[in-house]
Each structure stands twice: as C-alpha cells, then as structure tokens.
Design a protein around this ligand. Structure first.
Ligand SMILES: Cc1cc2nc3c(=O)[nH]c(=O)nc-3n(C[C@H](O)[C@H](O)[C@H](O)COP(=O)(O)O)c2cc1C
Length: 310
C-alpha cells in the first residue's frame, strides 16, 4: 500500500528518517506484536517505552481509562530496566530497519545520567529524554516543570550523551513551556518533542472516589490535539525569535493524515502517533500514505514544503 518511491525523508540532527511518522513512546511496546501484521521498516521511527536504569513495577490499580475523546493512562513507566532492554528488546528493534529512539526516564539526575551512559554506548539511534511523565511520584515531569531543573538535567545528560542525538520531550503541564524549552536548548538538546500527556482525572461516581490510585493520570488522544498543535505553533515562533531553532517533533492526538499535516504546517519536522494506534493499528501507515498523496496532489517535492512557517 505505501511502498512507494517518493521521498518523504527527513533529517533530524544527522539521523535520516525515511518519513516523518514515529511511533510514540509507551504505545508501541517492543514492536514485536505489531511486526506480525506490518512491515515495521515502513515507519520513520519507533520510540521505545519509557526506560529506567532499574526495573520498575509501574503503578497499582486501574492503568488505562477511555473517555469519549481521549485516553487517560497511569502506567507509571513499568519496564524491566535498561540492561534488560539492551539485551532482550533492542536486538529485535534494531533489526526492524527503522530509526530506534530510546525514551529515557528516571527518578533523580544520577539515575538519568547512568541510563544515558548505557544508551549512549548502545545501538539505539537517538535518545528521547522524558522530563514530562505525569504518572510517577519522583522524577519524570518534575524535571520538566521549571527551566532551572530542566537545564541542570539536560546539561548532565548531554555531558555523557556524546554519541547520540538528544531529543527532550516536554510536558504541557508546566507554567511556561517556552521557558523550559529554551532552557533545554541552551543546555544542549538537539531537538524537542512535544507534548507528553496532560495531567487529568476521572471520578468513579458510584464508588465516590477517583478512578486512579494516584488520583491523576495523563490524558492523550483527540481531546488534546488542538492544544498540542497550538503549543508547537507557539514554540516554533519563540525559538525562531530567540535564534535557538532546533527540530520540533509534534505529538498529541494525531489520528489521521490531516492531523499530521497540521503539525507539519505548524512547524514540526516530524510527528509521533500514540493513542490512535490502539484504536486503529494501521493509523501510522495510513498517515504515511496520506502525506505522500497530499504531496503529489499539491505538487510538493520535499516534505519541508508542507510547512507554512518559513
Ligand atoms: C498508554 C500510554 C503510555 C505512555 N507511556 C509513555 C512513556 O513511557 N514515555 C513517554 O515519554 N510518553 C509516554 N506516553 C505519552 C505518549 O508518548 C504521547 O506523548 C501522548 O500519549 C500524546 O500522544 P497521543 O495523543 O498521540 O497518544 C504514553 C501514552 C500512553 C497513552
């Protein structure tokens, strides 16, 4: 269906993606299940689940809740730790013929740094520093709420992340996303991805208590798309004015070609698709095909021609 010769490739800080469509962290597992149904080499890239230095059991209680226009999750970064990932998951992912981006998380700075050292020496293509997970009590989003904490963490990770491009994944829950973004770029981020989930909640009115054990969870899906799009649009402008432009990767509720085109027009160089894959596992492949079709119909020769921010 989408095995066409048209060039949709995009270069993000020296790494060539064959198209701008990336599977978002936490929503594609280790790729093995999907590989039974699709050729994963058709994707622009795959972001791994959130990885921490040591294994994490994740959160107790209900972890996923569907609403009319979105999904709330409180997974809590369940994973077997980076060493296990390198041994058991990366060999398969690396053989998929697409760009592999490791999503790195931690509870404190030293943990992030030790994790980054391991990933820096591995076969992953890029590292996405997750300073935006709203579902963990320590670390995660707390690093991404204030410019100074974000700056310190990115500086520390950048120091050891010498061989891989470093993407920093931003939280929409901080008081000033642009200030945090500027701090991250000044600390050495090569690219920024935005956004992670919005802090939200659901109340079980029968039992008269919050649905999630942590009270709050992270909202994703169509409900957040217009807000995420606005954030990409504004951040593009801010970084341009500050002369700190880095590639932006747009995330948030993208579920069809038109959504993806909007983010590319707003200034994103690539996009990630998360929740939509749960509803329709073909979403990313349909979007790749749709972007290709749009370029043909509009006689656009390269992907960057889609942007309206030049
Ligand atoms: C079930 C689930 C698990 C997620 N786990 C992670 C994670 O481990 N690390 C991370 O950076 N983002 C994680 N996210 C956030 C997504 O990568 C993405 O930023 C967010 O869901 C918004 O995109 P979407 O609306 O397309 O889902 C998760 C999202 C969902 C729905």
């Amino acid at each position: 269906m989408i095995n066409k010769t048209t060039d949709l490739s995009v270069n993000i800080t020296g790494i060539n993606l064959k198209n701008p469509v990336i599977a978002a962290s936490g929503t594609f597992g280790d790729g093995k299940d999907y590989s039974k149904y699709f050729d994963l080499s058709l994707l622009g890239g795959i972001c791994t689940n959130g990885l921490t230095l040591n294994p994490k059991p994740g959160n107790s209680g209900i972890r996923v809740w569907e609403t009319q226009y979105g999904l709330l999750n409180s997974i809590g970064l369940e994973n077997n730790g980076i060493e296990s990932f390198l041994e058991n998951e990366l060999p398969f992912l690396s053989s998929c013929g697409t760009v592999i981006i490791a999503n790195l998380c931690g509870s404190f700075s030293e943990e992030y740094v030790k994790g980054a050292v391991l990933l820096n020496d591995s076969k992953v293509d890029m590292i996405e520093l997750n300073i935006s997970c709203p579902n963990v009590k320590a670390g995660g989003m707390t690093f991404g709420l204030e410019p100074s904490t974000a700056y310190d963490l990115v500086t520390a990770v950048r120091k050891v992340c010498t061989a891989k491009p470093l993407i920093v994944k931003l939280s929409p829950n901080c008081p000033s996303l642009s200030s945090v973004a500027i701090a991250c770029v000044k600390a050495g981020a090569d690219a920024l991805s935005l956004v992670n989930t919005f802090k939200a909640m659901v109340i079980d009115t029968v039992n008269r208590k919050p649905v999630f054990d942590n009270t709050t969870a992270g909202l994703s899906g169509p409900a957040i798309k217009p807000i995420a799009l606005r954030m990409v649009w504004e951040l593009f402008e801010t970084l341009k004015n500050e002369k700190l432009q880095v590639p932006l990767i747009g995330i948030g509720g993208i579920s069809c070609t038109n959504d993806a085109l909007e983010f590319l027009m707003a200034g994103a160089l690539a996009i990630q698709v998360g929740s939509a894959t749960f509803a329709n596992p073909f979403t990313m492949f349909e979007i790749i095909d749709g972007i290709w079709q749009y370029m043909i119909n509009n006689k656009l020769s390269q992907l960057s021609d889609i942007s309206i921010r030049n």
